[in-house]
Design a binder for this molecule. Structure first.
Ligand code: DOR
Ligand code: ZN
Length: 421
């Protein structure tokens, strides 16, 4: 069935009306051929778009696959995700990005847009075949060594210059490597008390400051991954005021959680960049509302049990995000639907150049959308997640909001809160 009538639903917080989906598009009027969904009390948003998802395939299919990650995304209200390049083998060739793209199409649950590596093997020594990835079937536009920083300024400059030809973007994991050697958590009072090696805020801020200057010099587009400190916000604010072509993302966890959680020594709270202080969290929230930070991106980072349920120092950094991001953002921003749609759908779609996503849902728009129940509450049970991994920091937590249904080009991927396939 490819025709739906969602009755009495609020589009982006507006007065309740009927929304008709015909053959992949938002239609003007129902004709009785539709399946009916009662939308009373529900809100429709453009399908969420994630600029930063780790799908782990190829290489770590025990932690996640394109299919399980796509299902987690659909359940989280997403219709498109950008798949990070730190797979094994690394997505640094046309062959690997095409494989990920094809697996995404086969899963058919969200649009999977591969991100290509900036450097061969993420090793930071020589540029990967950016042009071949851009002209491949995967049409890569975003490149990132995420997990690692492109530390060499000359290489960073060359990468920015190279992608300018096709309006590409370098997405930087901003972490000055020499300043974070051996780092285990945010450098501050809590790390001192716990005796864990610190990851200082300046390691992030110094790279962002350098890279906005490089992007300005070259006239290219820079995107800053997972901004985590108040100081980074100030650097971005100044760069944007000068007209530098820079965009930035913040993760749900950096909008909510703080470094105090490391005191539990529970590695579920280990993440890179690390959880910061309450004043950083406050600055990030403000920057997101203002638009100094453009988008929320999950940095969904599934890890196998043996990589997470071990001593803090040996645990891999990262936490799940796709299935809880909407709820976290709702709890942080409240029911400001235009703002949520902008930061989680329209702006990420625009940055990634994903046409058909992040639309205004007017008649004729592709029916990429999600139906949410803002008044629902749920207790997060890791066992119920569609992700193949279990490393959510919200286990047992009651979160607001529920994704009721998600549609990809008019076809439901989620109905009644459950994956359709
Ligand atoms: O916490 C993180 N996990 N940060 C990164 O930059 C990489 C990611 C991963 O791949 O697990
Ligand atoms: Zn990263």
């Amino acid at each position: 069935m490819t025709r739906f009538l969602i009755r009495n639903v609020s589009v982006l917080g507006g007065a309740p009306s009927d929304l008709v989906l015909h053959d992949g598009f938002v239609a003007a009027a129902a004709d009785g051929s539709e399946d009916v969904i009662d939308g009373s009390g529900l809100v429709v948003l453009p399908g969420l778009v994630d600029l930063h998802t780790h799908l782990r395939e190829p290489g770590r299919e025990d932690a996640e696959t394109v299919e399980t990650g796509s299902r987690a995304a659909a359940l989280g209200g997403y219709t498109a995700v950008c798949a990070m390049a730190n797979t094994s083998p690394v997505a640094d060739t046309a062959g690997v990005v095409e494989q990920v793209w094809r697996l995404g199409r086969e899963a058919g649950l969200v649009d999977v847009q591969p991100i290509g590596a900036v450097t061969v093997g993420l090793a930071g020594r020589q540029l990967a075949e950016l042009g071949a990835m851009a002209t491949s079937a995967a049409t890569v536009r975003i490149f990132s060594d995420d997990g690692f920083c492109v530390g060499d300024p000359r290489l960073m400059r060359r990468a920015l210059e190279y992608v300018k030809a096709f309006d590409g973007i370098i997405a930087q994991h901003a972490e000055e490597p020499r300043l974070t050697e051996g780092a285990q958590m945010h450098e501050g009072e809590v790390s001192t008390r716990l005796g864990l090696t610190g990851w200082p805020a300046v390691a992030e801020e110094a790279i962002i400051a350098r890279d906005v200057l490089l992007a300005e010099h070259v006239g290219s587009r820079l995107h800053v991954c997972h901004v985590s400190t108040a100081g980074s916000v100030e650097v971005l604010r100044q760069a944007k005021a000068r007209g530098v072509r820079v965009t930035a993302e913040v993760t749900p966890h950096h909008l909510l959680l703080t470094d105090e959680l490391a005191a539990s020594y529970d590695p579920v709270y280990k993440v890179n960049p690390p959880l910061r202080t309450a004043s950083d969290v406050a600055a990030l929230r403000e920057a997101l509302v203002e638009g100094v930070i453009d988008v929320v991106a999950t940095d969904h980072a599934p890890h196998a049990v043996e990589d997470k349920e071990c001593e803090w120092a040996y645990a891999r950094p990262g936490m799940l995000g796709l299935e809880t991001a909407f709820s976290i953002v709702l709890s942080v921003l409240g029911e400001r639907w235009e703002l949520i749609a902008d930061r989680m759908s329209r702006t990420p779609a625009r940055i990634a150049g994903l046409t058909g996503h992040g639309t205004d849902l007017a008649v004729g728009s592709p029916a990429n959308l999600t139906l949410v129940d803002p008044s629902a509450r749920r207790v997060v049970d890791p066992g119920e997640l569609a992700s193949r991994s279990r490393n959510t920091p919200y286990s047992g937590t009651t979160l607001p909001g529920r994704i009721v249904a998600t549609f990809l080009r008019g076809e439901p991927t989620v109905l009644d809160g459950k994956a359709v396939k």
